[in-house]
Design a protein around this ligand. Structure first.
Ligand code: ZN
Length: 341
């Protein structure tokens, strides 16, 4: 099936940092500057990616997450109630990898907006629709230790309240879409039912711009590739959570499809949502052909009205070589146009 109008196009969020901003081809590469020089370099990198996204033809652009190293800890830097010196070893994403995480030691509150200055800057430099991404409460709770709240659900609701404060401020600066990244939804499926949807809805309360939740199988790093090998020939994690997600207030669900074992028929479980279908594999440096992109969209449109489908990437493109990411942006748009016939 083809739609009369082209599929809208966007990306999950992150893009590679240029070599003059941070160590290239690393997920959490170190900054190359400090202070004012670093701020200047971040803004320049965001401008560069806005231009490249616009030239590729993307309809909904992002800052490429050029302003932060880690998508969770970048947000937490403005949150009070966290002891950064008190680290705890935690097996995150259900022990997929062990990292030292900071610890919540008191009531959480937001000192000041985390991204307002950045949104103001980026908004001033593009007329395209602009999406901003933030980590979700469940994923944050899976990346920090708790020595204060006692129950993960309670800590998640406290983070949701803070996130809501932040996204309301950001929306007022002219964002078209706010996306909450919740890769943990694919791991703790029971928690999604018990408190994950409630925390997501609390995060998005009162927003009138488009809202999205991104649920993926992670960046193409080794720990994730190994995890995927254990998931069998059909990945059905989405099947467990989509019925609950369909009842949430979120408008759109961003999921991975290209080069993955997710049966796309599962999007039938989201009849009331717009689906951002990942048509670009972020775990492979091979650039998709436009036909490969179009094929995923054609398959998705067998299960959801094409008007409810947006072409996107499986996850962030951050760890890839810059040239590969640029080529993938182009493949995404050319393929989406081809699919639209
Ligand atoms: Zn992702």
């Amino acid at each position: 099936m083809t739609s009369a109008s082209p599929y809208l196009t966007t990306i999950a969020g992150s893009l590679p940092k240029p070599h003059w901003l941070a160590e290239p081809e690393k997920l959490w590469g170190a900054w190359q500057h400090q202070g004012a020089a670093l701020d200047r370099a971040k803004r320049d990198a965001a401008l560069l990616w806005l231009k490249l996204q616009e030239d590729a033809g993307l309809d909904i652009v992002t800052d490429g997450e050029q302003f932060r190293v880690h998508f969770v800890h970048g947000f937490l830097e403005q949150v009070s109630g966290i002891d950064w010196a008190r680290t705890t070893k935690m097996g995150i994403r259900d022990n997929r990898y062990v990292v030292d995480v900071p610890t919540v030691t008191g009531a959480l509150s937001l000192r000041q907006s985390v991204h307002a200055e950045e949104v103001r800057f980026v908004r001033g430099h593009t007329r395209r629709k602009l999406k901003w991404t933030l980590p979700g409460p469940m994923t944050i709770c899976d990346t920090i230790a708790d020595a204060h709240y006692g129950r993960r659900a309670d800590m998640a609701m406290a983070f949701a309240a803070i996130l809501n404060q932040e996204v309301r401020q950001l929306e007022a600066l002219g964002l078209d879409m706010i996306q909450i990244d919740e890769p943990a939804f694919n791991v703790f499926m029971n928690d999604v039912y018990e408190w994950g949807i409630a925390a997501l809805d609390r995060t998005l309360e009162g927003l009138t711009c488009q809202t999205a939740v991104h649920i993926c199988y992670g960046y193409g790093i080794e720990a994730n590739v190994k995890w995927k090998e254990t998931l069998g020939s059909e990945w059905r994690q989405y099947e467990a959570i989509f019925p609950a997600l369909n009842t949430s207030r979120v408008d759109q669900v961003s999921l991975e499809a290209q080069g993955s074992n997710v049966p796309l028929s599962l999007i039938r479980l989201l009849p009331d949502k717009v689906i951002q279908v990942g048509v670009i594999d972020v775990a492979s440096k091979a650039v998709e052909t436009p036909d490969a992109v179009a094929a995923v969209l054609a398959e998705a449109s067998r299960h959801a009205d094409a008007a409810r489908i947006i072409a996107s990437t499986n996850c962030g493109l951050a760890p890839l070589p810059r040239e590969v990411a640029e080529a993938k942006l182009n493949a995404l748009v050319v393929g989406a146009r081809r699919a639209s016939g």
